[in-house]
Structure formats: C-alpha cells, structure tokens
Design a protein around this ligand. Structure first.
Ligand SMILES: *Cc1c(COP(=O)(O)O)cnc(C)c1O
Length: 401
C-alpha cells in the first residue's frame, strides 16, 4: 500500500512547475491535502529540558514564529527549489528582503555598486539609510559593464541590480556581472521580481543571491506584501540571523497566500508574456505612440540578450506618447477598465505615469538620464482578455487630440 501521508519536501530532479505545486509541503497527522496555515506565535515543549535544548540550539524545532513557522518554512523551501537555491529566507516585504540581505552580509566601511534603474525605494534604502550606517553606494547604468568595472573599489562587497528594469525593460548580462563580482570577491544580488524563477534563474547564471518582492507576481493577485531572499546556505544563514533578531519576518497567513500564488505562477507568467507581447506589437502601429519598450520586440536594444537569458519577456511594458505629460495623462484618464495604480504583477492590468508617481522624486535631469520622459506610460499587463485590454488602451489613445 502506498503511504498516503507521504510528504513532498524531498522532491528532487523535478521541474519548476512541479516544485511550484508540491515543493516544501509538510503534511501533519491530519493528512490534509492543502497546506495548513499555522497561525501561532509560539510552540510548546514537552519538558523544561526540551525547552532548554531548543533554546540552546542543541535540538532542532520551533520556538517562536519570529524565527520559524511551518507555513513560512514551506514557502521558503518551495521558492528555494524553484530558484535552484540551497536555502531561502522569507521576509515581511520586498524591501525587508533587501534590508535583511545587506544588514546580514555587509558592515560599515563596505561599498556597494548598484544599478541606477532599480525600484525607487531600493534607491532610497541604499542612498539614504545604508549610508547612515557607513555602507556607501555608487549608482551606475544597468547595461554598461564598463561603468560597473570602473565603479568597483577595494571595499566593494556587493553588486545589486534588477533585470529587466522598471519601466523601460532594460536587460543586464547577469553572467558577465557575476564574473565581474567574483573577480573582486564581491557578491552579485539580483532582484528577480519582474521575471520570477519561471522566466529567469539568476543563480544558474552565476548570481549569488536572488531577492524578490513576493507582493508582485509570486502572489500575482494583489493581496499581500512579502519578500524572499534565496542563495547558498552560507550567506542565507547570515540573512536569517539578521531576520530572527530584527523581526523582518513574513507572517504565516501571507506565506500561505504566496504558496497558493506559486502553484499557478508558471501558467500565469506564460499568459502575462503572451498578452504583453501582443499589446506591445499592437501599440507599435498605433497613432500618437512614439516608442514602445518591451524586451520581446525586435526594436528593443537588448532583445537578443533577453531572449538568451530569459525564457519569456514578462508582463510589463512601457511606451512614449507624443505630446508629453498632458497626452500621457489624457490617455490614462480615458481608459475605463485598467486600474490606475503603481502596483504591478497582478491579474488586473494596471496603468501608471512613472514621471509623476514611481519616479516622481527624481530631478528632471535624473529622469532624463533614466529615460523617464514626460510622455512615458507603463502598463503591467494582466490576465483579462487581451482584446479588452487593447480596446481600453485604444479609448485612451483616441482621446489624445
Ligand atoms: C515592489 C518592488 C520592490 C519592493 O517590494 P515591497 O514588497 O513593496 O517591499 C522591490 N523590487 C522591485 C523590483 C519591486 O517591484
């Protein structure tokens, strides 16, 4: 007879779709099919001696949910399997993932080289807060390896980037940057939020650490804020050490929502990619649209690299409207279905004006350098029928005088 209670945490040599559905599950004595949510802050011991052994680290097991929780652990194991990582550490948000990585691994006096085209708050975290604690950051152009090279200092310990970038979809060569980092005994950290492990696996390309905002595609339905860091046990132990002391912990309920999100991630990403490519191609032939930025288009400057490094081009695209900010706002305001929100990676298509929202804090000069022109509009393509999304965008385009 088969063992009906068998658990799935020991899956090996499986494909990513299988890990996404079954990885990391711990089945309890109740033999539940779906993963349970352990909403408990602490755990009980059989004896005072057992409590002492757990606290002393002589015996493995749960103590307190700031440190470990079975639902969170299932999410961590599942995500680690999908990224091809030895270990993952779940965090309360994407920003907490970056904070825990840097705080766990770097110290005062260390230096970071960071892509200029990172999530706005990531920029603030490095530029303002890490600097306060003596960690200096040099910002460089994502796609120019020579500027990365010349930014490296003797104290450089970490290189940080997002690829593809937001909102222009610029692509960095992960393998070359990993080689550069390793020549200087530094770590390469990749924020894999836009691709997810379904479309890109940075660790296989030589990166040391992957960080995610689980808030985006991993949930994929806009419900929870969370994050995760994945990599080798050696570095993850340090990240976890910070987390258990600082409390950048993911809640069990959110971990459960993300687990359910992961189960459909592969099919969602395929659908996001397919619709985004269809819309990007269609936009290129529409009036008042000066330029479309999407890695899947032949016109994209890093199309070949994106094709080599990713197994899909993702769900986010942007385009430049003739007529600047007024025309961009007219287009946005005349759509009826699309959600005007800065969030992305949702089943619902979202539309954003980066120059006055996500990138609003940049000076005009910084915006120009980053390509955030006044007429730029970003769309995170959701899972509605693609013809309905086009029809809604067309309402916006036709409203431009
Ligand atoms: C949203 C986002 C973050 C921050 O994640 P939160 O979950 O909002 O803290 C980091 N990186 C990228 C690329 C993001 O899109």
């Amino acid at each position: 007879m088969t063992d009906r209670s068998r658990i799935q945490s020991d899956l090996t040599d499986s494909s990513i779709e299988t890990y996404a559905v079954r990885g990391g599950q711990i089945r309890t004595a109740e033999a539940e099919h779906s993963e349970p949510i352990f909403t408990t802050s602490s755990y009980v011991f059989n004896s005072a001696a057992e409590a002492a052994a757990r606290f002393g680290g002589d015996e493995p097991g749960n103590i307190y949910s700031r440190f470990t929780n079975p639902t969170v652990a299932t999410f961590e194991k599942r995500l680690a399997a999908m990224e091809g990582a030895e270990m993952a550490v779940a965090t309360s948000s994407g920003m907490a993932a970056i904070l825990s990585t840097v705080a766990g691994l770097l110290k005062s006096g260390d230096h970071v080289v960071c892509s200029r085209s990172v999530f706005g708050t990531t920029n603030v975290l490095f530029e303002k807060y890490f600097k306060k604690f003596g960690i200096k950051t040099t910002f460089v152009d994502l796609t120019n390896i020579d500027v990365w090279k010349s930014a490296i200092e003797p104290q450089t310990k970490l290189l940080f980037l997002e690829t593809p970038s937001n909102p222009l979809g610029e692509v960095a060569d992960i393998q070359s940057l990993a080689n550069l980092a390793h020549e200087h005994d530094a770590l390469l950290v990749v924020d894999n939020c836009f691709c997810t492990p379904v479309l890109q696996q940075p660790l296989a390309l030589g990166a040391d650490i992957v960080v995610h905002s689980a808030t985006k595609y991993l949930d994929g339905q806009g419900r929870c804020v969370g994050g995760v860091v994945a990599g080798r046990k050696q570095e993850m132990d340090e990240v976890y050490g910070f987390l258990r002391s600082a409390g950048t912990t993911m809640s069990p309920f959110n971990a459960w929502v993300f687990l359910k999100g992961l189960e459909t991630l592969s099919i969602r990403m395929k659908a996001h990619c397919e619709s985004a490519l269809a819309i990007a191609t269609w936009l290129e032939s529409q009036p008042h649209i000066a330029k479309v930025h999407y890695g899947g288009l032949d016109s994209h400057p890093q199309h070949t690299l994106a094709e080599k490094q990713q197994s899909g081009f993702g769900g986010v695209l942007s385009f430049e409207v003739e007529g600047g900010k007024d025309a961009a706002w007219t287009l946005i305001d005349n759509t009826r279905m699309l959600s005007i929100t800065a969030n992305l990676g949702d089943t619902k298509t979202t539309i954003t004006h980066p120059a006055t929202t996500t990138h609003g804090r940049l000076s005009d000069e910084e915006k120009e350098r980053a390509g955030i022109v006044p007429g730029l509009v970003r769309v995170s393509v959701g899972l509605e029928n693609v013809e309905d999304i086009k029809a809604d965008l067309l309402r916006g385009i036709q409203a431009i005088a």
